[in-house]
Ligand binder design. Sequence first.
Ligand SMILES: N[C@@H](CCC(=O)N[C@@H](CS)C(=O)NCC(=O)O)C(=O)O
Length: 226
Amino acid sequence: MSATIPQLELISFKLCPYVQRAIITLKHKKVDFKITYIDLQNPPAWFKAISPLGKVPVLKVNDTEVLFESSVIQEYVDEITPPSLHPVDPLTKAKNRAWIAFGGELMGMQGLHGIIHEKDQATCEKMIGAIQELLTRLESVHSGKTFFNGEDFCLIDAAYAPMLMRFDLLKSHCDLDLLDGLPVMQAWQQTLLARPCVKDSVVAELPQMYRGVIAHFDGYMSTRLS
Ligand SMILES: N[C@@H](CCC(=O)N[C@@H](CS)C(=O)NCC(=O)O)C(=O)O
């Protein structure tokens, strides 16, 4: 990698899908970086000092600057390692950014994270229905080709792979198929999960850790653990 690439340190939490967006981008671009894991339940003082919202990912650049927000980190990594993984056309690029933000919401408390927290079965099932409606909408704007925009892997593909990986885990751990009836999303999931930059973006024990976190939250989904 070019000598002009700054020294990068990614502050991470092993289970975090937002961190994973940054790792996939770094790995796809073959950028050297250091990864430092913290315990989000008991974050060190130095992390609280540098993370404005107390959230991971945080990217330390040359040990002097700090970036936060996964999509911003993805774009920074992309811009310092041309050619860009974003579409060139401004409108297409802007739409990709909007759908990346949509994916960020889908992973949060109204989405993936919310359903593993929710205790009440009826509320959880309602949330699952709402997520499936959003996924149907996402399917309608996908190119229907190999990747979101067509035949080229883009930042938006890196941004969605962590969520699609967790959908796969929910299917095997809890028999919940959020992509049921969505063939384009299913094909996209298979393609992305087979890519080395995606496979290598998580620790080997992620499946067991994800199972453990579902059990720990003790919500309705924990009653479906096989
Ligand atoms: N919008 C943020 C979300 C990051 C986020 O929610 N990270 C979680 C871990 S997966 C976190 O750090 N949570 C700690 C907290 O909310 O206190 C991004 O895209 O980077």
